[in-house]
Write a new protein. Structure first.
Length: 133
Protein backbone atom coordinates (compact mmCIF):
# COMPACT_ATOMS: atom_id res chain seq x y z
CA UNK A 1 0.00 0.00 0.00
CA UNK A 2 1.18 3.49 -0.83
CA UNK A 3 0.52 6.37 1.53
CA UNK A 4 -1.56 9.20 0.10
CA UNK A 5 0.54 12.24 -0.71
CA UNK A 6 -0.99 15.44 0.67
CA UNK A 7 -2.19 17.92 -1.89
CA UNK A 8 -0.12 21.10 -1.80
CA UNK A 9 -1.95 24.25 -0.81
CA UNK A 10 -2.12 26.82 -3.59
CA UNK A 11 -3.72 30.23 -3.83
CA UNK A 12 -6.20 28.71 -6.29
CA UNK A 13 -7.27 26.28 -3.57
CA UNK A 14 -7.89 29.19 -1.19
CA UNK A 15 -9.97 31.01 -3.78
CA UNK A 16 -11.95 27.84 -4.59
CA UNK A 17 -12.68 27.32 -0.92
CA UNK A 18 -13.99 30.85 -0.65
CA UNK A 19 -16.14 30.41 -3.77
CA UNK A 20 -17.71 27.32 -2.22
CA UNK A 21 -18.61 29.30 0.89
CA UNK A 22 -20.32 31.92 -1.26
CA UNK A 23 -22.20 29.28 -3.24
CA UNK A 24 -23.64 27.72 -0.08
CA UNK A 25 -24.51 31.10 1.45
CA UNK A 26 -21.91 31.05 4.22
CA UNK A 27 -20.01 34.10 3.00
CA UNK A 28 -21.32 37.37 1.60
CA UNK A 29 -20.43 37.69 -2.12
CA UNK A 30 -19.33 41.30 -1.66
CA UNK A 31 -16.97 40.35 1.18
CA UNK A 32 -15.63 37.47 -0.90
CA UNK A 33 -15.01 39.74 -3.89
CA UNK A 34 -13.13 42.25 -1.72
CA UNK A 35 -11.01 39.51 -0.19
CA UNK A 36 -10.26 37.97 -3.59
CA UNK A 37 -9.20 41.36 -4.93
CA UNK A 38 -6.93 41.91 -1.92
CA UNK A 39 -5.37 38.47 -2.35
CA UNK A 40 -4.72 39.08 -6.04
CA UNK A 41 -3.09 42.43 -5.21
CA UNK A 42 -0.99 40.66 -2.55
CA UNK A 43 0.10 38.14 -5.18
CA UNK A 44 1.02 40.84 -7.70
CA UNK A 45 2.94 42.82 -5.09
CA UNK A 46 4.92 39.71 -4.17
CA UNK A 47 5.43 38.48 -7.75
CA UNK A 48 3.29 35.37 -7.29
CA UNK A 49 0.55 33.64 -9.27
CA UNK A 50 -2.70 32.01 -8.18
CA UNK A 51 -1.33 28.64 -9.24
CA UNK A 52 1.71 28.95 -6.94
CA UNK A 53 2.07 26.79 -3.87
CA UNK A 54 1.78 28.91 -0.75
CA UNK A 55 5.17 29.49 0.83
CA UNK A 56 6.87 31.62 3.44
CA UNK A 57 5.09 34.77 2.24
CA UNK A 58 1.98 33.53 4.10
CA UNK A 59 3.95 32.10 6.97
CA UNK A 60 7.18 33.37 8.52
CA UNK A 61 7.65 36.22 6.01
CA UNK A 62 4.02 37.38 6.11
CA UNK A 63 4.71 40.79 7.64
CA UNK A 64 7.35 41.55 5.01
CA UNK A 65 4.99 40.40 2.24
CA UNK A 66 2.27 42.71 3.61
CA UNK A 67 4.77 45.58 3.58
CA UNK A 68 5.42 44.84 -0.11
CA UNK A 69 1.66 44.97 -0.65
CA UNK A 70 1.41 48.35 1.10
CA UNK A 71 4.30 49.77 -0.93
CA UNK A 72 2.74 48.40 -4.12
CA UNK A 73 -0.64 49.99 -3.32
CA UNK A 74 0.97 53.33 -2.45
CA UNK A 75 2.85 53.25 -5.75
CA UNK A 76 -0.49 52.71 -7.49
CA UNK A 77 -1.84 55.81 -5.76
CA UNK A 78 -4.34 54.05 -3.49
CA UNK A 79 -5.83 55.96 -0.57
CA UNK A 80 -4.89 55.18 3.03
CA UNK A 81 -8.37 53.76 3.56
CA UNK A 82 -8.06 51.49 0.53
CA UNK A 83 -4.67 50.28 1.75
CA UNK A 84 -6.07 49.63 5.21
CA UNK A 85 -9.01 47.70 3.76
CA UNK A 86 -6.72 45.58 1.58
CA UNK A 87 -4.46 44.86 4.50
CA UNK A 88 -7.43 43.77 6.63
CA UNK A 89 -8.78 41.59 3.81
CA UNK A 90 -5.52 39.61 3.72
CA UNK A 91 -5.87 38.44 7.35
CA UNK A 92 -8.51 35.74 6.69
CA UNK A 93 -6.23 34.24 4.02
CA UNK A 94 -3.34 34.10 6.47
CA UNK A 95 -5.62 32.51 9.08
CA UNK A 96 -6.76 29.90 6.56
CA UNK A 97 -3.15 28.96 5.82
CA UNK A 98 -2.40 28.61 9.55
CA UNK A 99 -5.46 26.38 9.98
CA UNK A 100 -4.42 24.22 7.05
CA UNK A 101 -0.87 23.93 8.41
CA UNK A 102 -2.23 22.92 11.82
CA UNK A 103 -4.58 20.32 10.33
CA UNK A 104 -1.74 18.83 8.30
CA UNK A 105 0.57 18.72 11.32
CA UNK A 106 -2.12 17.10 13.46
CA UNK A 107 -2.83 14.54 10.73
CA UNK A 108 0.83 13.53 10.70
CA UNK A 109 0.93 13.08 14.47
CA UNK A 110 -2.55 11.53 14.89
CA UNK A 111 -3.73 10.30 11.47
CA UNK A 112 -6.52 8.15 12.90
CA UNK A 113 -8.14 11.13 14.64
CA UNK A 114 -8.61 13.13 11.46
CA UNK A 115 -11.96 12.43 9.81
CA UNK A 116 -12.07 10.76 6.42
CA UNK A 117 -13.41 13.96 4.89
CA UNK A 118 -10.26 15.84 5.95
CA UNK A 119 -7.95 13.19 4.51
CA UNK A 120 -9.76 12.85 1.20
CA UNK A 121 -10.89 16.40 0.56
CA UNK A 122 -8.60 18.96 -0.98
CA UNK A 123 -7.33 21.89 1.07
CA UNK A 124 -10.15 24.14 -0.10
CA UNK A 125 -12.62 21.95 1.83
CA UNK A 126 -10.48 21.80 4.97
CA UNK A 127 -9.99 25.53 5.27
CA UNK A 128 -13.29 26.85 3.93
CA UNK A 129 -14.88 27.35 7.32
CA UNK A 130 -12.02 29.56 8.45
CA UNK A 131 -12.58 32.08 5.65
CA UNK A 132 -16.11 32.70 6.89
CA UNK A 133 -15.42 35.44 9.40
Amino acid sequence: KRAMQPELLTYNALLEGQSQLVSVGRLNPHTAANRATALRLFLRANHLRESDVIGSEMRMNFMQAVEYLIAFLRQEGRSDRSISNSRAAISPWKQAVVVDDNLRAHAQIHPAQIGVDHRLAGPQFRIGNHLRT
